[in-house]
Structures are given as structure tokens and as C-alpha cells.
Design a protein around this ligand. Sequence first.
Ligand code: GDU
Length: 268
Amino acid sequence: MYTFFLLPVGPIYVSTSVSKMDDVAKEISYEFNGWVRNGGRWKPTECRARVKIALIIPFRNRYEQISIFLRHIHPLLRKQYLDYRIFSVEQIGDAPFNRAKLFNIGFKEALKFDDFKCFVFHDVDLMPENDRNEYSCPSSPRHMSVAVDKFDYRQIFGGVGSFTKEHFELINGYSNIFWGWGGEDDNLFRSRITAKGLTLSRPSSKKGRYKMLKMFHVFSKYCLHRLARMDQALKEMDNDGLNSLKYSTEVTEYPLFTLIRANLENAL
Ligand code: GDU
């Protein structure tokens, strides 16, 4: 059997045309002669993947984006011959969005499914433009989305990052106190990582290129407090994170992803 069609090639086209989730499932899920197994997982059968990866998406009310994202990311992960599962962690209710806490919940819940060693934390609106950007966990935490089209491919924090299980536990995950837009990634990449003596690695801006799907932004009032919260999050790092999470969930496996619907307690 020829497998060269499945190898990464470098720059890839990003289709932003909208499809219904059911139509995407018909294209790629195992149930319809595709390859993605129920729950949004795949692993190579010809060889053993080096590491098991959980890709975690924070989510609320971005239905068009998640279909586009899944249609794009599944083939890329397969080309990289990864043993992976995609989790979408959806925040229930009307409290300001808490992206960081959803990532922490995704980390904990994913470990109930499998012994994942590598975690990729991924915004739903970022589409990799180069399939040689490795979805893996090197020896230091990795900021993968270094060049985003919306920011003229200049370097910013946030977007997509990967951590080994050990490193994410060492930094106590993300801070849970950033409700609304902003702050959580600066705290993670600038403060939590360095406080534990870790360094951040990055792919080149050629490999780490991403296209951002367009969306009208509604900024929450809580973003006004984010600078004050940065100091608090740094001081309280050892008690605020994975070890202080409170939530309840409902978990459902869909053809292209595992959905974790999370009720976040302590909403502001
Ligand atoms: N999200 C939702 N629903 C929401 C809000 C956010 O699903 O109502 C999720 C999505 O996965 C989205 C991600 O959170 O991709 C980031 O939210 P936005 O797209 O609203 O924010 P930005 O595009 O401005 O994102 C940038 C960075 C993020 C993060 C954010 C600040 O790309 O990584 O740092 O700023 O919170």
C-alpha cells in the first residue's frame, strides 16, 4: 500500500467554507468509511506512535468554527502518525468565558480516558497552515501558534500550546481566575513556566503559521481586571490551578470528538 499521500508536505490550504458537522462526519468518520473513530480518535496501525496525545479545545457557541476546525485538523494529525483523541470542553451557562479553566478540566477529564503523555491546548478558530508543525511535546513546553495571519504573522502569546503531562502538572496547569477575555496565556507562558525553571520552545514562524477564522468579538467586562489578576495569579500559583479545580461534567462521545460539557463552579 502506498502511504505517500499521507505524509506532511509543509504549507497546506485552509478551507474556511462552512460545513455541517454531520457532513464532515460523513467525509471522515469510520462509520462512513473514513478513519476517525468514535470520540474523535485515531492511531496508526502500521507502527506504534511515539506518544499519546490529547488535543483540547475550549468551546462555547462556535458551532461553525468547530466543524471547520475538525475537518482541517483530523487529516493533519493522521499525517503526523499520532495516537490522538480530540476533546472539546464546553462551558455551560452564562458566566464570562473561562478558557483557562476549561483547559484544566480537559486535562483532568482526558486522563480518565487514557494515559495521555502530551497535551495540546488549542483554540477552535486557529487553523494550522503548515502540516510540518509538529503536534507533539518536545522536552520543554511549546508555543505552537507563533505567526497568526490576523496579526500579520507577528509573534504573540496564546492560541496553541503543548505540554507534557509532567510539565503541566509541575506548573499546576492554568490559573482558574481569568474570567472573560485575556490574561491567562500571558500568566501561563510568561510567569508559570519561568517560575518553575522551564523554558518555552517554538517552531519557526514558517512552520508555526496559523489562519484565524473570523468572528465578531464581544469583550467581557471582566477583561478590565486582568492586569490585577496577573499579580494575584502569580502569587497564588501553587494553590490556584489543577489543584483547586471545582466543576461537574457530562461526557459524550461524538463521531469526531469527545464532548465534555462543564459546569464551572465559583463563577464570578
Ligand atoms: N471561545 C469560545 N467561545 C467564546 C469565547 C472563546 O469557544 O465565546 C474559545 C474558542 O476556542 C476561541 C478561544 O476560546 O478560539 C479564544 O477566544 P477568542 O477567539 O474570543 O479570543 P481571541 O481570538 O482574541 O484569542 C486570543 C488568543 C487566545 C487567548 C485570547 C485571550 O488567540 O489564545 O489568549 O486571545 O483570552
